[in-house]
Design a protein around this ligand. Sequence first.
Ligand code: PHE
Length: 388
Amino acid sequence: MSTTEAEVDSLRAEALEALARAGNEAEQEAWRANWLGRKDGRLTLRLRGLKDAAPEQRAALGKSLNQLKTTLEYELEARRESARADALAALSADAALDVSLPGRPQSLGRLHPVTQTMNDCIDAFAEMGFRVFEGPEVEWSRYNFDAVRIPDDHPARDMWDTIWIDTLIEGERQLLLRTHTSPNQIRVMEQSEPPVRVIVPGKCYRQEATDATHEWMLTQIEGLAVDEGVRMSDLKGTLYAFAQEPAAPPEEWIPPKWGARAGEGGARMAALKAPLSPFARRIFGGDRQIIFHHSYFPFVEPGVEMAIDCFICRADGSDCRTCQGTGWIEILGAGMVHPEIIENAGYDSSKYTGFAFGVGIERVAMLRWGIEDIRHFYQNDLRFLRQF
Ligand code: PHE
């Protein structure tokens, strides 16, 4: 099909007018097929027909048609571009940002109440010269049980129904989630020479039927002091200083130096009977009652439990859920380190004696804040957690 210059002008006018009416993507695409389609687009056909034009017109006409093609392609792209911009503008008008609205505040996190309590307990013991040591949560059964005098067939193993790791080593289950922090008594003594004065904070795991004071995961702080002449009264003095508001320190009192030997700079744990610092005051204050009961742990002799008066029932004789009607809430086990353990560590038990304790941090937190059920700590209810 041959074309004249006049026809090129009217084709241009017609095409541009149609393009102006192609308001959306589909219409623009139909317009493209109609004019520029490769098989039978109207302009394509004209270009193809050039070969039939009179030879003297062919060059000029070819130029005009090709210019028209460039124009149409350019205009189509421009039309599409402006349609996209319109669509975007419509979209953001819908979801308009109102800069006058108040922002959503980012709420600041805080430390979990158990972590807060743990930190305060660590501070209190650190003030008394205890160094912090950490041990593994996945522990060897020989550290968790055997090394602390709980042999395989010992009934005491029942007290810590254990969460074992499946992996067998030499055909036996030897790894477990530690049931207490006491294996670290051994780990510490293996690595150091007396005098020893350390605390070991950390999580422990037991298969518990949970109730108001028992959870299957618990946090403990183990304490261990081994030196010449350490006595039961030193243990009690340390624990009173930790738990209760102290009397003013005696004037001649010298702060014990970590690592000092007996007789040098007041290293005797007996010095701790004179309660120490405002840090210790943090834990319970002076108006709480403390009681020591005799108790049994295979790794101490003698063994005790320390309990604080129940803040809920104040021992009113009711069947209080939190203290099981006893009036007391046990917060720690303690005692004098068994001489066999001192010997196993390679220390001379005729020269060195020591005390150990294991504080249940959740129990301490319950007593501090009057929380009646230990299970609140790990239910992740923000209404609870935000109160601390
Ligand atoms: N390990 C004991 C427990 O988990 C506590 C304890 C520690 C008792 C140290 C005595 C000495 O119950």
